[in-house]
Structures are given as structure tokens and as C-alpha cells.
Design a protein around this ligand. Structure first.
Ligand code: UDP
Ligand code: MG
Length: 331
């Protein structure tokens, strides 16, 4: 680890910044019951002004009730969304409501080891605007998921104008500046990882080992991930739209050549078999390509449609904060 690097920003960093920790939670009552006391104790190492902002993403268990009860004891704020909007929206809700000098993003299932946060702060103090966790290995995941993920990021980094680390995730520490930049991004189909990369800022990677889930099971199924992958592609790359121009041009040139050969052959050898096999093959080939490219256009248009509707990303149903408790006590 490079401990000597010192960026100019380092001088203006407060020693004890105020800290908001965003915890998106979907059915995580059992995990949060342990995580919240642990976190509010641990984070005192870095800050005197801590807020644990739990975004309840439409949980069906008693996450909301538990978190709201914990606001009496711990510096916890509950932001309860009106239904399940998905992790990306939950994170965005957190980012919109976080007012700390630094913002820590963390899963609520205990998979993100607290010890890594020490390094996050170390690098932030040295002037990095964003410090993100990179998982050391993905051995906890299935083979298929790992291969698909790798393939996705390989293709994405070739075709998109941004660079996303394949093993980076949402476990990260953001400076206020980055938080404000993220708030300016209005898009509705969101892949947060792409957005972190898009906003830029000096960023530092820290490797870590993913811990097993404390309890419960993962909420991400393959269908979910593939839809996120598609969002990633269509939001950050226009290559799928452009590639069809090249393929179309190539196919056209080839078919003109082929037609030329057929004409020559007919002139020289005469017409032998009426040429329906070639026609059928040609139609099928072109039909396939056309359907595929129409499908790709459709993907982009669907996204344009959802942006044009300009619906909010999430709706807040209820907000309970330890701050309100303190006020009512004072009055
Ligand atoms: N999560 C969420 N909304 C969802 C799904 C997940 O807020 O619709 C939260 C979940 O509670 C957890 C984090 O996102 O804190 C990561 O989810 P999970 O552990 O299921 O994903 P994995 O670690 O397997 O990627
Ligand atoms: Mg998890």
C-alpha cells in the first residue's frame, strides 16, 4: 500500500469530518440488529458526528420497525421507500439525503468488513476524493456468474467511454464533492458503478476480502444482474448502436459481390438450379440481423422513454431520524 502519496486536497481535509453511512436494506432486519450497534461504535474512530442512514428498500420483514426503534439509541435515520425500488435507487435515495463531509456506502448484510474502512479514511485524509473497495477474489460466487461478469466488463470497457473496475462495487467512501456530483446525474436507468466512474475525481482502490453474509440470502438473481448489465451497456456505450452500421455495410458489400458472381456464373454456365436456396439463406441471414438490430434500437428507445417520463427514481414513504428524537426531547 502506498502510504506516502499526498495530494494537495489533503491540507483542507478536516481531522474529524462528519460522516454519513448509507446502508441500503432489503429484508435485512436480522443483520442490521447486529450491524448498527457495531457500526455506530466502530465509526467513532473517524468522526464525532455520525449518521447511519438506513434506506429501507420496501422490505417485507420488520427492517423498518427495527431501525425506527434503534433511532432512540443510536445515531440512526430511517429512510423508508414506498416500495422496493432496487439497490441502485436505494443508494441514490441515500446519496440525495446524506449531508456528511464524507459518505460511506456499505451493504447491510455484513459482507463489507469494517477494518477496510480504516484504509478508506487513510486515503481520504491523503486527499483522494473517492476510495473504493475492490474484492480480492470472487470465489464466493458461482462460476457462471464470475465468467459472465468478467465478459461483461471486458466488453464494456472496450466499448464505453468510461473505465469501470470489474471487481469494484458499491463499498466506497465518497467526499462531499463526489456526492454533489452524483446528485446532478438525473438518469433513471442507473448503474451506480458506471456513474461513480463517470463523475471521475481522483479515486483510490483498496482490495478487500468479501465476508460471508451474516444472515439471509442474496437478493440478486441472474435475471436481475443481466438487466443491470444491459442498463450498464445502454447507459454508457453507444457502440451497440453503431456496430450495426459497420455490419450492415459489410453484409451489403458481400451481397453485391455475391450477386456479381451469380450473374457471371449464369452468363457463363447458364442457369442450372433456380436459385431459391441462396435467396432463402440471404433472407434468413438479413432477417436475423435486422431483428437483432431493431431489438437493440428498442432497448435504447425504451430507456429514452423511461427518461422522458421523468418519474422520480424512488419515493420516500417515511423518514424517522434520531435528530428528530433529540429535538422532541429538548423541547
Ligand atoms: N438491496 C436493496 N434493494 C434490493 C436488493 C438489495 O437495498 O432490491 C440491498 C441489500 O439489503 C444489501 C445490498 O443491497 O444491503 C446488497 O444486496 P445483496 O447482499 O443481496 O447482494 P450481493 O451482496 O449478493 O451482491
Ligand atoms: Mg450481500
Amino acid at each position: 500500500m502506498d502510504n506516502t502519496q499526498h495530494l494537495p486536497e489533503a491540507d483542507s481535509r478536516p481531522k474529524r469530518p462528519s460522516l454519513t453511512c448509507i446502508l441500503p436494506a432489503f429484508n435485512e432486519a436480522e443483520n442490521l440488529r447486529h450491524l448498527i450497534p457495531e457500526l455506530s461504535q466502530y465509526l467513532q474512530k473517524f468522526s464525532d458526528e455520525i449518521e447511519l442512514l438506513v434506506v429501507d428498500d420496501g422490505s417485507q420483514d420488520d427492517t423498518a420497525a427495527l431501525v425506527s426503534a434503534l433511532t432512540h439509541e443510536y445515531p440512526v435515520t430511517l429512510l423508508q421507500l414506498s416500495r422496493n425500488f432496487g439497490k441502485e435507487a436505494a443508494l441514490s435515495a441515500g446519496i440525495d439525503h446524506a449531508d456528511g463531509d464524507v459518505v460511506l456506502l456499505m451493504d447491510s448484510d455484513g459482507q463489507h468488513p469494517l477494518a477496510v474502512v480504516d484504509q478508506f479514511f487513510h486515503h481520504w485524509h491523503q486527499g483522494w476524493e473517492m476510495v473504493y473497495g475492490v474484492r480480492e477474489d470472487r470465489s464466493d460466487e458461482s462460476h457462471a456468474k464470475r465468467h459472465l461478469t468478467n465478459l461483461f466488463y471486458k466488453i464494456l470497457s472496450r466499448s464505453a467511454e468510461i473505465d469501470i473496475h470489474p471487481d469494484a462495487g458499491d463499498f466506497r467512501l465518497l467526499d462531499r464533492k463526489v456526492v454533489q456530483a452524483l446528485r446532478q446525474l438525473p438518469e433513471r436507468s442507473r448503474m451506480m458503478k458506471g456513474l461513480y466512474a463517470w463523475v471521475g475525481f481522483p479515486s483510490k482502490a483498496v482490495t478487500f476480502q468479501v465476508a460471508p453474509r451474516m444472515g439471509g440470502s442474496t437478493n440478486f438473481r441472474l435475471r436481475h444482474l443481466s438487466s443491470l448489465a444491459l442498463t450498464g451497456f445502454t447507459s454508457f456505450s453507444s457502440a451497440p448502436l453503431r456496430i450495426w452500421m459497420l455490419i450492415g455495410a459489410g453484409v451489403s458489400v458481400l451481397s453485391v459481390l455475391y450477386a456479381f458472381i451469380i450473374v457471371l456464373r449464369t452468363l457463363i454456365f447458364g442457369s442450372d438450379v433456380p436459385g431459391w436456396p441462396t435467396i432463402a439463406a440471404g433472407i434468413a441471414f438479413l432477417g436475423g440481423i435486422q431483428l437483432f438490430s431493431v431489438g437493440i434500437l428498442g432497448e435504447y428507445i425504451a430507456r429514452i422513454f423511461s427518461e422522458v417520463k421523468a418519474r422520480p427514481l424512488y419515493l420516500v414513504g417515511r423518514q424517522v431520524s434520531f435528530r428528530d428524537r433529540a429535538e422532541t426531547r429538548d423541547n
